[in-house]
Unconditional design. Structure first.
Length: 148
């Protein structure tokens, strides 16, 4: 149950938001807010693979690049081409023990993608989480494209 002081805080917050839409209907204001949030989210999702993966991997002082036992150059190629792959292909590459030698490598890849991992996750759980996150990102992008 919500307490009265919390309800008052919510009402104040709603008043602040709606003050940006004087004379407009609530439906218009909420639709506008939703479209702004979807646009922001889709822009962030689209840029994750293109702008954050490659520069991170190509940095001079990148610890991943220096440790050939952990990081393979094929991971960079995979990261750059991830948008063009099906979920099944992504999962099979993540399961490839030659490229992703251990759980630590998969965790580093998840970190590059911006996915938070937990300490006790096993290889299969990490792979499923990465694939599902990529699928959700694609769904978000598709929904965002429909509304615009």
């Amino acid at each position: 149950m919500i307490k009265t002081h919390e309800l008052i805080s919510f009402a104040d917050y709603i008043i602040k938001i709606m003050s940006y839409y004087p004379g407009k209907s609530v439906d218009f204001a909420l639709d506008d807010i939703l479209s702004l949030l979807e646009e922001k989210k889709s822009n962030e999702k689209l840029n994750v693979v293109r702008t954050q993966l490659s520069p991170f991997i190509r940095q001079k002082n990148n610890p991943l690049k220096d440790d050939s036992n952990i990081f393979d150059s094929r991971i960079n190629d995979f990261a750059n081409d991830i948008e063009n792959r099906t979920p099944e292909e992504i999962e099979s590459i993540l399961n490839d023990a030659e490229v992703f030698k251990n759980v630590g490598t998969i965790k580093l890849f998840a970190k590059i993608l911006g996915i938070k991992t937990a300490g006790r996750q096993n290889r299969l759980t990490l792979i499923k989480m990465i694939v599902k996150t990529i699928e959700r990102s694609r769904i978000d992008k598709t929904i965002g494209n429909r509304s615009s």
